[in-house]
Write a protein that binds this ligand. Structure first.
Ligand code: PDD
Length: 284
């Protein structure tokens, strides 16, 4: 039997149902996290829970549990579901209340839902790289909040899927922001460039690990806006996320990146990332 957490309770997953007036369901009024599990252990869990706290704070939901309580609950969920390799999906909504755009007048209990999924590492793509396409970024101006409202993101990803691409790289005019569910990096003359973590993108946890790896491995990095032109002229391009790790991009909009093979800096960061996983979660 698989288990899920519904409001702090561990229950049979098939019985984890939410009310039709849950504000997450009606308005996307909530936030979420996706945490990677390797060898039954959560990777960078503190960073995820800190970001969750920030997202909750940005939309005025008070955190329903302490970080410590939540960590223990998630550990119990992993153990009960006997999960070795996969993810935890976790979301918190404002709660259940009669439909009204404004927040409920009477405070309601935020609704916490968490469940696990088995998921392999995308080894083939990590080795060979993926194709991507460009899509205009149509999202709102608080992309730093990991909101349940993902219409802009899913419409972008759907375009990519229909074009046989792994990811859609979004841009606001000439400025490249991020993928539909990933951060994007370019390398030019050994310099790594990625969009600053402001309100136009999500501050990816994988991105934060990459920045740390760059400091440790003396890789120069600039967090600044880069253009479509710079993307097209890059020596290397890669994306990052909890589920995709550090994934080489070998094609953007039908045009080959560099010589069409994953580049040396991407490879170096991939190796460093695996070391970091093994440090926290044990040998892969
Ligand atoms: N996506 N940008 C966006 C828009 C994202 O949705 C994500 C994560 C990232 C990368 O963040 P991180 O490195 O913390 O996973 C960047 C998750 C995995 C998802 O929605 O499934």
């Amino acid at each position: 039997m698989a288990f899920a957490i519904l409001n702090g309770q561990l229950i049979d997953r098939s019985e984890a149902k939410v009310d039709i007036e849950d504000r997450g369901y009606q308005f996307g009024d909530g936030v979420y996290e996706v945490i990677r599990i390797y060898n039954g252990k959560m990777f960078t869990v503190n960073m995820h829970l800190e970001r969750l706290a920030k997202s909750l704070d940005s939309i005025g939901i008070s955190f329903p549990f302490t970080e410590q309580q939540l960590t223990e609950m998630l550990e119990m969920l992993i153990e009960k579901n006997n999960l070795q390799l996969g993810i935890i999906y976790l979301q918190v909504t404002r709660g259940v209340a009669p439909r009204n755009h404004a927040f409920p007048a009477e405070p309601v209990q935020p609704m916490l839902v968490a469940y696990t999924k088995q998921l392999e590492r995308p080894i083939h793509h990590l080795q060979n790289g993926v194709k991507t396409m460009l899509v205009e970024d149509m999202r709102w101006l608080r992309c730093d909040i990991k909101s349940l409202n993902l219409l802009g993101n899913i419409l972008a990803k759907q375009k990519a899927a229909e074009s046989g691409c792994f990811e859609a790289i979004q841009h606001r005019g000439q400025a490249v922001t991020e993928g539909s569910s990933t951060n994007v990096f370019i390398v030019k003359n050994k310099l790594l460039i990625t969009h600053p973590s402001d309100q136009h993108i999500l501050r990816g946890i994988t991105k934060e690990v990459i920045l740390q790896l760059c400091r440790e491995h003396d890789i120069s990095i600039e967090e600044r806006v880069f253009t479509l032109e710079e993307l097209a002229a890059a020596d290397e391009v890669f994306l990052s996320s909890t589920t995709s790790e550090i994934m080489p991009i070998t094609e953007v909009d039908g045009k080959m990146v560099g010589n069409g093979l994953p580049g040396p800096i991407t490879r170096k960061l991939q190796a460093g990332f695996v070391q970091e996983i093994e440090k926290q979660c044990g040998a892969l």
